[in-house]
Design a protein around this ligand. Sequence first.
Ligand code: GNR
Ligand code: NI
Length: 172
Amino acid sequence: MALLPIIELPDPRLRLVSQPVASIDAEIRRLMDDMLETMYDAPGIGLAAIQVAVAKRVAVIDVAREGDAPTPLCLANPEIVWASDECAAYQEGCLSIPEYYEDVERPERVRVRYLDRDGKMQELEADGLLATCLQHEIDHLNGVLFIDHISRLKRERVIKKFAKSARLRSEA
Ligand code: GNR
Ligand code: NI
């Protein structure tokens, strides 16, 4: 297993649309395992492959609370097949936008179809934090970030802040 570097705003690769996985082979399983290790180390509750600069439709999630038994979830080609009309707001964060948190409103419940680590087609219905995280990760696979769901003023402010710190770092 290996820790992978996580790319951050304003890296333009975060805006790529990731490519579907043809089959779950050893390379994809290794990617999933490395992503889980990277996510637990961060620590985070989800990670999309594009965050480690791999433009494949792969994500990992574990919303178990610290101290509880881990519940790792590996998803390839995840798709929302149903979303509730009711919405819920959660304070979201993103490992690619460190230390920035904002409320985002999304459907409260979703049903997601995906291939698991064994290449088996699965369906999962979720609410609460898991529903939020599934939607956040599927957004990443489409080049969408949680800041795309907040006000333009707040979004432009955070993009500017990260662009400036990247510039200062490159000048240092
Ligand atoms: O660690 C994470 N926490 C989080 C909190 C609320 C909603 C979504 C998330 S996902 C985030 C990790 C991440 O950036 N995944 O892409
Ligand atoms: Ni994220």
